[in-house]
Design a protein around this ligand. Sequence first.
Ligand SMILES: O=C(O)CCC(=O)C(=O)O
Ligand SMILES: [Fe+2]
Ligand SMILES: [Zn+2]
Length: 600
Amino acid sequence: MDEEKKTERKRRRFAARLKSSKGITCSEVPGPNIVLCNAGQATGLEKDAIFDLIKEHGLSIPLPKFIAEKGESHCFLVFDKTENAQLFYNTCNGKAKADENGTPLYLNFVEKVPNTEILCPHEDPKGLLLLNDFISMEEEKQFIKLFDWDSESNNLKNRQVRHFGYEFRYGSNDVDLNNPLIEKIPEECDVLWERLKEHGLDVGVPDQLTVNKYCPGQGIPSHVDKHSPFGDTILSLSLGSNVVMDWKHHSGKYVPTVVQARSLLVMRDEARYDWQHGIQPRTWDPVIENRVENSRNIKVITSDTVPRNTRISLTFRWTRRGPCECKYKTLCDSAEKVSADNLEDELASNLEELHVHQVYEQIAGHFSTTRHKPWPKVVQFMERVTPGSVVMDLGCGNGKNILKRDDIVQIAGERSSGLLSECKEHIRGIGRADCVRLDLLNAMLKDEAADIVICIAVIHHFSSKARRLQSISTIHRLLRKGGSALITVWAKDQTKSNYLCKSKQDQQNETQAETQVTVGGVNLPVHENRTQFKHQDLLVPWKLRKVSDKKLANAPDNTLLRYYHVFEENELDELCKEANFAIEDSFYEEGNWCVVCKKK
Ligand SMILES: O=C(O)CCC(=O)C(=O)O
Ligand SMILES: [Fe+2]
Ligand SMILES: [Zn+2]
């Protein structure tokens, strides 16, 4: 009796917590959904343990859908009907054990369950072919017999490997053409190329084979098979287990694919050269569903999971002699890399499209909530604005610098439509401003129309000197003679600002490794937030609050990279002079270089 009261109390308390943290209401009225209040992913509960519970108690009901969110010590069950949920509830609440200590499980009915589905709107990589049932079960057995080996040899961190034809060298990710292995690809494999011909694919005969053996929990990091050592086609035959392979494109697209046991995966074109593939190190995979939404085919990563078995894959490649001549430059190690400070205009524009414009469109809402007050230095500069003036805020973001005045004309210009609508929202009710969508390199505004221009934290997003100069020339063009501008940019030197985080900086000094990302043939370092800048041209991570906010997954993780050119001392001053400005004031403020300049 006492025990029962205790359970009751715990159930109530949990219900209150769930309501406030997830907005999910527990109910005394039975329904098909149940929450297990004291067992979940964080307590080590696995789906099978629940299903065992159902079997143990002799319940002959269809197994419910199991939803366990990462890091939570509760989980949800969705039964096919209320009757069965009630049966489970009556049998288990306060009685069944949650762990070995014999803690009783306590349950609540809930009105809804969290939606943990992730929608993947992108199409499969072009050139990716998945030929299911490519070999029979009997053939699969024979291949496993031929290639399986005892577990001790050739252990990589994540899996075990063997090579035929040429050894794959993991340091340089290539092969030594002068050092072929004695062991060639076994002739038992020849059936594969013969069978591919029946599918209309005559790929010839590969000369290199890597066999990967993955135990459950093992995977392979995202990578592109290096272009220069290998040719146009790569094949992967899967044995023993289905697995989900993730595909990532440098534009941010992300596509998961189910690679079935006994399938042959063919990578060509974009899938071979322009996308990365990888397998997450997990003991399970999510169930991927194909669905039609707004008459488009999309994939859905459901919250259902399936366990993995040991998987052996045979990756067949063709070695290449001579450089790769593919047309996909981003991931190509043969393509000539360009340094970021002297970019061709087209490259620069692509870089900005991917790593400035597209990022701001995605983060506009979140970004806006992190920017509230105008900087004191902006406020101070704006004090010179006399009644009747025309003021332009170019790259106005969410409009935090717009003045609460109705004795001046204010134009708020912004390139990002997301930020521009945040701006419209923000200035509703404070003074007046006309919002225009505008690109500093191509501003459709009348010459000499402004008395005052401010351009705050914008110019550092242009990725070539020519474009930075052009944007300042635009400001010059828009100002009337005698008009002034305040321009600020991020400084490379952050030592005199609050930006640096001491412990992070110490960590950084200890680790030498630096992540580099290649964007359109340009190598850019990825900055470690809150540490001193080591480069002038770099990518700065922006962490989205939650991918599930948008329910659209562009990448498995929710970090976006923004391009910045951080300025050296005097660099901005020199640009302003080159654009024909007279410098009135120049100072460093909170990690930014700021220039007040006047049109002569
Ligand atoms: O296991 C697989 O199917 C892929 C292996 C792979 O990508 C590789 O070895 O490069
Ligand atoms: Fe690969
Ligand atoms: Zn290439």
